[in-house]
Design a binder for this molecule. Sequence first.
Ligand code: SF4
Length: 359
Amino acid sequence: MTGKRRPTRQIHIGQVVIGGGAPISVQSMTNTDTRDVEATVAQIARLAAAGCDIVRLAVPDQEAAAALAQIKARVTLPLIADIHFDYRLALAALEAGVDGLRLNPGNIGGPERVKAVVKAAAARRVPIRIGVNAGSLEKEALETYGGVTAAAMVASALKHVRLLEDLDYREIKISLKAAEVPLMLAAYRLMAAKVAYPLHLGVTEAGRGLEGAVKSAVGIGILLNEGIGDTIRVSLTGDPVQEVRAGFAILRSLGLRQQGIELISCPTCGRCQVNLEAVAARVQEELQDIKKPLKVAVMGCAVNGPGEARQADVGIAGGRGFGLLFRHGQPVRKVREEDLARVLIEEARRLAAEDPGEE
Ligand code: SF4
């Protein structure tokens, strides 16, 4: 199922294409104060280095909106301004040169204001994401549908969508996030059956660390596997670089996008003679900057390791005193135990340098 995607309209966020068969993009959001230009620019540079395609920034006031122009001038990633309620902030963000808006037109205070924002967005061909969150559904939808349901979320989003369509604006993408995975799945499926706009997938307030990443991977992964979803954001409490890493791990595991290192490491067992966890952690950390798709294996023993990691481009297998460097399941040479991580990192870098892969 993974290969077949739901046909959608196509939009552009800066140079990044979303929907209509484009590769699924990975988004993140800065957690710096947008008014702090230095900190925000530095964080966006780290996100770009991690492979992030698009970054969103909160724009809570005019000062933040004014900072956008300075930030925009110093970064390469397309920027999306996250606006709530105040249409003047949307106008200021467009003026500053942002590439996308996240804003619900029903919440910015009436038709004239919606018209002003749409006119300014249309002049720049800047898409608008309608983002409905289960936690902040308006009273009307809750009453009509008897609570927070997928149908209520979809109806709420469609109301915002119609406001844009009434103005003949169709540079739209939609998100329907919920903290509960089954609810978010149902909402996206329902919406996918109703409109052809690209969908931005996410599980909101997913939490932190491993649990947050798993929750996001389940929600986003199930939908992607059904062909639904055109751009994704993993929401995690903490450093947003982790969101990007988790996003690519989801796409890689479904074969939807190949970029960077895929670490294949064994769970270890009684045969393992080395501190495999430390080696695996070092290898993964030090090779984060590689863009070329590369499968790198870190296996506990030379008895089964190379064979178990046959699909890896390059790998090491631990042993007593010495380990083994192998390529595509075939042993290449013996390596001293203390050099295993270093040799593997060098070998992976050599392979990556032959063709640096997509940027
Ligand atoms: Fe055990 Fe070796 Fe397999 Fe790792 S590679 S799980 S150490 S048999």
